[in-house]
Design a protein around this ligand. Structure first.
Ligand code: CU
Length: 153
């Protein structure tokens, strides 16, 4: 075994360990939420560790056109008035019902999923423990019960 081959082997081992550590640190936990014309999330509660990397997928199953029925996942900052948020979201069709004036209250959100589309967002859970509201900001859906709680603990 030459000195050069020892070095090459050492470098390969370092790279392998480094790549494994990278994958472990970065692979998000995937949460799949089904959404239907009944305007409910199939997953109304999510528990997360502070700062945990999550991917939330919204799978829409619908018989209606996207303009009439679509869903998203919007995670709100702690203490946000959810009713005030959806009221501001209702006229915000141009921005997929994310109200520009309340963008700073949004921790993470998906695009809108209509007619059998799937959308997703990857984000770090908040670091501060607490109960964070998530909701669908398509007009009327929050009031119909399309909401949930992400608990950081
Ligand atoms: Cu919805």
């Amino acid at each position: 075994m030459t000195f050069r081959s020892i070095l090459t082997g050492y470098a390969a081992a370092v790279l392998t360990v480094g790549a494994m550590a990278g994958v472990q640190a970065q692979a998000p936990r995937v949460i799949t939420i089904n959404a239907s014309d009944a305007m409910k999330y199939s997953v109304p509660t999510i528990d997360a560790k502070p700062g945990e990397k999550l991917t939330v997928k919204v799978v829409s199953a619908s018989a209606m056109p996207k303009v009439a029925m679509a869903h998203n996942f919007v995670l709100l900052a702690l203490g946000t008035d959810a009713t005030a948020f959806v009221n501001a979201a209702t006229p915000a069709r141009a921005t997929d019902f994310i109200p520009p004036a309340m963008k700073d209250k949004v921790i993470a959100h998906t695009p809108l999923a209509g007619l059998n589309e799937t959308v997703e967002v990857t984000f770090d859970a908040p670091k501060a423990p607490g109960a964070y509201t998530y909701l669908c900001s398509f007009p009327g859906h929050f009031l119909a019960g399309m909401k949930g709680t992400l608990t950081v603990k």
